[in-house]
Design a protein around this ligand. Structure first.
Ligand code: ACO
Length: 427
């Protein structure tokens, strides 16, 4: 049996070191003992953007990027998307196991009884300009929840954590719907707790004059999209939640940091960017020229590429199926033709093939959201709604992990050496 250790020879000193390997990793702190001279602080690993650094041990989500595998708590995403509800998926992510019928009923009941927000919240939202970006409003609003629930700072108390978990999952759809209505200048519709989680959210978003005709196919499609986004291990927004949460701030503030990270066009903002890109292309006949401009370095093919998937994103495959069901109800989105042509050409083109660039989850999700009636700048709000259980599960896992401390990366200083301060008159 080979020994699970790594021998490192420091050619600066000729000394060798043996460091343990566990779960395919060495501990970066084990490198600290490797020192060339007294007081140099020991060797560090340099890893901008964490390309090869495991920041935690996690039991929530498993991804095999080469094989295109995604599992929540061991269950394949394909089976969860087929069988589970969104709240059942949230329970699985948060508790680690699928709920029994009683557990699910209790969980749904808890969420249902916390859907209302303080009426001051509507005044808070009114402070935003009529054209405020929905993600800017969402991140401000979720951060503001901490001022309504100061008890949320008791993060060491499991009961308090459960309550904040419920509050977040219950109130996020209400706030997301209010944000939608604010953008449209429509009066807010308050939660109807006789409806299910998705039905209530859709009703709060689209009800006009007390009427909304629910479409079960579209509601299930939205639910599947939320499930597909529910967790994705240590992505940018989840790392933001963990990192900010590691300071022991309340979960509303930590989650609003995740929303801020998700807002960016390289992360959750990509589905919005895909639609903007499709608009710019305008017609199928312009696709080859657009592909050439991407290859010439004039911009990226949005919705393509992924840090961890070097084959087809399994969520993108499932989303294509959902797209068919949705377009059957709503009629074809005219931009679909452009998207399909982009995908066809990119999947055959040496530039994209050699870089292992495949469609990611965002390539088709925007087209579906648009067909459902959501405006482009609202898409990332739906992503946030889906990702919320993952953020909370990861935040709690971080808090319960005795190895975790306040997140504080090191740096390699490359600036000036010490200099004498020059007074203004001499500069
Ligand atoms: N279009 C064209 N070229 C691309 C693209 C793209 N979408 N993505 C990567 N490349 C190229 C890069 O130019 C680079 O080429 P080079 O080696 O010649 O310099 C190579 O592929 C590697 O790219 P990196 O930027 O190093 O890859 P990284 O892992 O850092 O980026 C990312 C991943 C951010 C997702 C990137 O692929 C991208 O910008 N995609 C478009 C935005 C997008 O769709 N984001 C959504 C991600 S999924 C999500 O958040 C749910």
């Amino acid at each position: 049996m080979p020994s699970e250790t790594l021998t490192i020879v420091d050619n600066r000193t000729g000394r060798d070191y043996e460091v343990p390997i566990a779960d395919g990793t060495i501990r970066a702190t084990d490198l600290r003992q490797i020192s060339a001279e007294e007081g140099d602080g020991g060797l560090m690993s340099y890893d901008p953007a964490y390309l090869n650094t495991s920041s935690c041990r996690s039991a929530i989500t498993y991804i095999d990027g080469d094989a295109g595998i995604l599992r929540y708590r061991g269950y394949p995403i394909e089976q969860i998307a087929e069988e589970a509800s969104f709240l059942e998926t949230a329970y699985l992510l948060l508790e680690g196991e699928l709920p029994t019928a009683e557990q699910l009923a209790a969980w749904e009941g808890d969420v249902r009884t916390h859907t209302y927000v303080h009426t001051n919240f509507t005044k808070f939202l009114e402070g935003f300009r009529y054209d405020a970006h929905p993600m800017g409003m969402l991140l401000g609003a979720i951060g503001a929840l901490s001022t309504f629930y100061p008890d949320a700072k008791h993060i060491a108390d499991p009961e308090s954590r459960y309550l904040q978990r419920v509050r977040l999952i219950a109130k996020m759809p209400t706030i997301a719907a209010f944000v939608f209505r604010h953008s449209r200048g429509l009066p807010y519709v308050f939660p109807r707790n006789d409806l299910g989680y998705i039905g209530n959210y859709v009703n709060m978003t689209f009800e006009i004059g007390g009427r909304h005709e629910p479409n079960p196919v579209l509601q299930r499609a939205l639910e599947i999209l939320l499930i597909l986004h529910a967790d994705h291990e240590q992505n940018c927004s989840t790392s933001a939640v963990r990192s900010v949460g590691s300071s022991h701030v309340d979960p509303f503030s930590a989650v609003s940091a995740g929303i801020a990270a998700l807002y960016g066009p390289l992360h959750g903002g990509a589905n919005e960017a895909v639609l903007v890109m499709l608009d710019e292309i305008g017609d199928v006949k312009n696709v080859p020229a657009f592909i050439e401009s991407v290859k010439a370095g004039k911009g990226r093919l949005m919705g393509f590429g992924h840090r961890v998937y070097e084959s087809y994103d399994p969520r993108a495959k499932l989303i294509k199926k959902v797209a068919d069901q949705v377009f059957e109800q709503t009629g074809l989105n005219p931009k679909l033709e452009i998207a399909l042509e982009l995908e066809r050409i990119a999947l055959e083109d040496e530039y994209f093939v050699s870089r292992k660039l495949y469609p990611n989850v965002d390539f088709y999700s925007g087209l579906i959201y648009q067909a459902m009636g959501y405006p482009t700048d609202y898409f990332t709000v739906l992503f946030a709604l889906g990702r919320l259980p993952g953020w909370i599960a990861q935040w709690e896992e971080m808090l319960n992990d005795s190895e975790q401390k306040i997140s504080r990366p090191r740096q390699t200083y490359i600036g000036q050496g010490v200099r004498e301060f020059v007074p203004m008159s001499k500069r």
